[in-house]
Design a protein around this ligand. Sequence first.
Ligand SMILES: *[C@@H]1O[C@H](CO)[C@@H](O)[C@H](O)[C@H]1NC(C)=O
Ligand SMILES: *[C@@H]1O[C@H](CO)[C@@H](O)[C@H](O)[C@H]1NC(C)=O
Ligand SMILES: *[C@@H]1O[C@H](CO)[C@@H](O)[C@H](O)[C@H]1NC(C)=O
Ligand SMILES: *[C@@H]1O[C@H](CO)[C@@H](O)[C@H](O)[C@H]1NC(C)=O
Ligand SMILES: *[C@@H]1O[C@H](CO)[C@@H](O)[C@H](O)[C@H]1NC(C)=O
Ligand SMILES: *[C@@H]1O[C@H](CO)[C@@H](O)[C@H](O)[C@H]1NC(C)=O
Ligand SMILES: *[C@@H]1O[C@H](CO)[C@@H](O)[C@H](O)[C@H]1NC(C)=O
Ligand SMILES: *[C@@H]1O[C@H](CO)[C@@H](O)[C@H](O)[C@H]1NC(C)=O
Length: 729
Amino acid sequence: MPRKLLLLFLLLWLLFELAAAIKQLPGCQAKCGNIDIPHPFGIGTGCSYIPSFSVTCNTTFNPPKAFIGDLEVVHISKWELRIKNVIGRNCYDRSGALTTAIPSHINLTGTQFTFSSTKNKVTVLGCDAVGLIGSTGLEEFSYTGGCASVCDRVENVIDGSCSGEGCCQTSIPKGLKVFNATVGTLNNNSRVQPFDHCNSAFLGDQDMYRFKVSDLSTTSSLEDVPVVLNFAFGLQSCLNNTSGICKDNSECYEPDNGVGGLLCNCTNGYEGSPYLNQGCEDVNECEDAINNPCTDNCTNTVGSYHCSCPAGTYGDGRKDGNGCSPRSDGLPLLQIMLGLGFGLLFLVAGGSWLYWSLKKRKLIKLKEKYFEENGGLLLKQRISSFEGGFESTKIFTTEELKLATNNYDKKRILGQGGFGTVYKGILPDLKVVAIKKSKIADKNQLGQFINEVVILTNINHRNVVKLIGCCLETEVPLLVYEFVSNGNLYHHLHKIDGMATSISWKDRLRIASETAGALAYLHSAASIPIIHRDVKSANILLDHNYTAKVADFGASRMNPSDKTQISTLVQGTLGYLDPEYLHTSQLTEKSDVYSFGVVLAELLTGEKALSFKRSQKQTNLATYFVQSMKENNLSQLLQVGELNETEMEQVEAVAELTKRCLNLKGDDRPSMKEIAAELEGCRGFDRHPWLIQISNEEENMSLNTKQVDGASGQYSMQNEMMLSMNFPR
Ligand SMILES: *[C@@H]1O[C@H](CO)[C@@H](O)[C@H](O)[C@H]1NC(C)=O
Ligand SMILES: *[C@@H]1O[C@H](CO)[C@@H](O)[C@H](O)[C@H]1NC(C)=O
Ligand SMILES: *[C@@H]1O[C@H](CO)[C@@H](O)[C@H](O)[C@H]1NC(C)=O
Ligand SMILES: *[C@@H]1O[C@H](CO)[C@@H](O)[C@H](O)[C@H]1NC(C)=O
Ligand SMILES: *[C@@H]1O[C@H](CO)[C@@H](O)[C@H](O)[C@H]1NC(C)=O
Ligand SMILES: *[C@@H]1O[C@H](CO)[C@@H](O)[C@H](O)[C@H]1NC(C)=O
Ligand SMILES: *[C@@H]1O[C@H](CO)[C@@H](O)[C@H](O)[C@H]1NC(C)=O
Ligand SMILES: *[C@@H]1O[C@H](CO)[C@@H](O)[C@H](O)[C@H]1NC(C)=O
């Protein structure tokens, strides 16, 4: 009989414990099926902290399912919410015709949730797939991005590897509220393989997904990957009066989710829900007789606990301390105390001295290791062999750059993106610089990286952002560039407030011409051609008088002079990416020409390279532009302000040039040198009246070139002559 009672008691106690672990208002349901619903969430009116945290539990399902609005909730923790994902799919039959098209669409507008940018990743699966993500965040913040996945044979696709073959992944920015991904094909699905008849895209917790080849044919395992959402209350900051929100024994903090808002957290030693009226409650650390933090006697205090030793023993009584030891009665207590005291003092002093000197040594060692790993020795060697007229690369120390950026102060951040973070820095000589902290360093390409650093530091072109130096003592190399004050071309062309752009046609033509000159120089002036690989309006910086400076050589590659091309991962920005390069993975200078063509189209139309606000056929500016020219519709698309007759002619010439740059076949595109010469020629029209005659001649010549293909060589020579006349060097 007493045994049965004991069992009953244990059972009751267990139930009580379970109920206590989940903090919910009294009288409110704490579970929906298997899903815990802790406060501030709640089922039914009055149970959730705010109406938008109200959960509906639908018991028609077995087990019951929980919903917030139309989002299906799978898990709720103190800081995160996990919901079921939505898989976007495009399926094709054997002939390549589209049979199913479902976008992956999740809309969080009007909720207190945002997609976690640290935990989620977009995954695109398929053997000829491009996932395009178009979404809007808070206010005018809109975002487009994506990734492409190709594969020729199923043997090349590896489980667990999402690097572009069968599977690719990309991250999302902070603060995203609407996610909309569509999957398309690169090649009109002409590479449809028996194992691949659907392309899919989804957003989800990156730690919960490992790519399997079988995922190319079935989505069943993708459905279990939840989407992680962050939540926060309102758009207030903790500085406001938050006493109404965070209750007793809790503190307010602002999560770093890109949107703002605040959350509460129980202070150390307390637990429960910080939003409930009773606030967070004291944790009884001594409650568990076996797992408490003391070796012998544990006493709970409010917010903390106290350990003591039984009579006849001494010590701190803590399991993570030195516990309790029996006191030997032979020696007088005072002597032991004194001895212990001095011994301890000595130990502490000696120990900390040893610790600090070891730590310092370790730090120096680490710096040396990074310096070596990052190719510091190689760089030093190269620099010493590169003397003669060139300004040498400065190698900065970690301390110098720490000082320059005020210890990487958040306020100094100029830009942030997939490539890393750029800080504004001030050197001891008061020179303002931009310091780029890259995200990852690919150890295999260090040799190339060093080459690039050396070549870039020695490039002295007024339209290329000058690399001043670098720091190799950190895990990832830091690059120091000259500071360009007026933002980038993208921001000037696509003003967020929707206002018409303020750059005049004359400035735009000059920017185009300067950029082309810089790229032509990179392609031809250095002993090994440098291909930029990521030409886009966001990478063209402008200084105070709108002089263009080409930036971001993070992706650039030397073009190996023998044409045995290594096929590396296709890299670049969607909307600017050369379709030929995308298919063949063969990198040539002509890919830069294509991207530059897109920039020209942007300059002419004021439209973004990729915009989901346009209809589907017009999403991609390059195709939209070429199509409009074919249909003689270009004038509708142009947005260059009011122009005089000469300027109108210039616009026409540039549009024609743009079309040639956007040629799908790389071989049919003009070279960067030809483009630079042509643009410079165009500018000549109205700059120097005495040049008009030559310009007219040149126009005749360009007509000729259209008829006779082989004449282009001569044509560009003519233009080069003009160039040297315009710029006496
Ligand atoms: C529960 O789900 C079923 C099936 O989707 C639906 O018909 C029903 O209206 C839902 N009930 C509630 C209370 O939302
Ligand atoms: C793509 O292939 C399908 C089926 O073969 C065809 O109907 C469609 O016209 C093709 N589209 C393009 C742009 O070539
Ligand atoms: C998202 O939802 C809000 C309101 O629920 C709606 O106004 C908005 O148009 C939706 N956005 C998209 C892109 O569907
Ligand atoms: C999602 O993007 C596709 C492709 O641009 C578009 O057709 C569709 O309307 C978008 N869906 C929503 C709800 O915005
Ligand atoms: C909170 O404080 C900030 C400045 O500290 C202020 O701009 C904002 O309006 C305040 N919000 C509320 C709701 O009081
Ligand atoms: C802060 O808010 C609490 C509760 O909402 C209110 O009682 C208190 O007066 C407010 N304090 C100030 C300084 O506004
Ligand atoms: C909230 O409190 C817990 C436990 O005290 C702690 O682990 C966590 O880091 C805290 N979170 C923040 C954002 O302060
Ligand atoms: C544990 O310590 C408390 C307070 O210091 C004391 O009242 C209690 O008798 C001690 N219990 C044992 C078993 O030593």
